[in-house]
Design a binder for this molecule. Structure first.
Ligand code: SF4
Ligand code: SF4
Ligand code: F3S
Length: 266
């Protein structure tokens, strides 16, 4: 109770803000407990009360006062084309803000597929030359929490782990926390017995679809997608895309936009 809360700076580059939308719906732990009791969210240009020059002053102050102590959380990514002019924050390229804020960060979290892999804005032909943040931050490990967006409880779970144990969670070769990205959707999918039995949906709304058979033949990417959707699920564990009747599009995988995830078969 007497331990000072860890400062967190949450930056926004090229993105759609749905990673934040997901985060604010965390139920375990409740996001209000994370933001008001567990961390000190000193800067987040989407969620903070202040704006404009005042907000930018807080960013500068926190970076200086808590050198080497703050966690940098990044939603979205930097476009490199034309010196970063396609994403301006506080009158300057986001690219510069990202470089400066990462310099003295204790740890860096890449929220979502934008920050982790590039996502839609890096899809071909990528006119702004958007890149994942690890192309810019090269001097420290980055915890990648991919997904478009990531599951709320996965996001707050990563923060809770870091605050509780004072270290980064164990990461896989691609930099994702093993505790949430160690298995494929397919490994724990409740439709898996139908896959094993060769019972497949062949077209939308056929009899097999009504019976809840496996969605592999209508493009499900669960067999190649590492994420926690089939175990943690969404909306307080209520459901996930496959349970809603649509195959996984592999939204947590690198380059899923360019790999034909939408309605193409594997
Ligand atoms: Fe939005 Fe997806 Fe990017 Fe998150 S990863 S900001 S949900 S486009
Ligand atoms: Fe695997 Fe997808 Fe079939 Fe589930 S619906 S068993 S994830 S192929
Ligand atoms: Fe994304 Fe597939 Fe989960 S589309 S939300 S990784 S089931």
């Amino acid at each position: 109770e007497t331990k000072p809360r860890t400062p967190v700076l949450w930056l926004h580059g090229l993105e759609c803000t749905c990673c934040s939308e997901s985060f604010i719906r965390s139920a375990h732990p409740l996001v209000k407990d994370v933001v008001l009791s567990m961390i000190s969210l000193d800067y987040d240009d989407t969620l903070m009360a202040s704006a404009g020059h005042h907000a930018e002053a807080i960013l500068e102050e926190t970076m200086e006062k808590y050198k080497g102590e703050y966690i940098l959380a990044v939603e979205g990514n930097p476009p490199l084309n034309e010196d970063g002019m396609f994403c301006i924050v506080g009158g300057k390229p986001f690219l510069d803000q990202l470089k400066r804020a990462s310099k003295n960060a204790k740890a860096v979290i890449a929220w979502g597929s934008c920050a982790s892999w590039g996502c839609v804005q890096a899809a071909r032909p990528n006119p702004t030359q958007a890149v994942p943040i690890h192309k810019v931050i090269t001097d420290k490990p980055i915890i990648k929490v991919p997904g478009c967006p990531p599951i709320a409880e996965v996001m707050t779970g990563v923060i809770t782990y870091m605050l509780t144990f004072g270290k980064l969670p164990e990461l896989d070769r691609q930099g994702r926390p093993k505790m949430f990205y160690g298995q494929r959707i397919h490994d724990k999918c409740y439709r898996r017995p139908h896959f094993d039995a060769g019972q497949f949906v062949e077209s939308w709304d056929d009899d097999a679809a009504r019976k809840g058979y496996c969605l592999y033949k209508v493009g499900c990417k669960g067999p190649t997608t590492y994420n926690a959707c089939s175990t943690v699920r969404w909306n307080e564990g209520t459901s996930f895309p496959i349970q809603a009747g649509h195959g996984c599009i592999g939204c947590s995988e690198d380059g899923f936009w360019d790999k034909g995830s939408f309605y193409n078969r594997l």
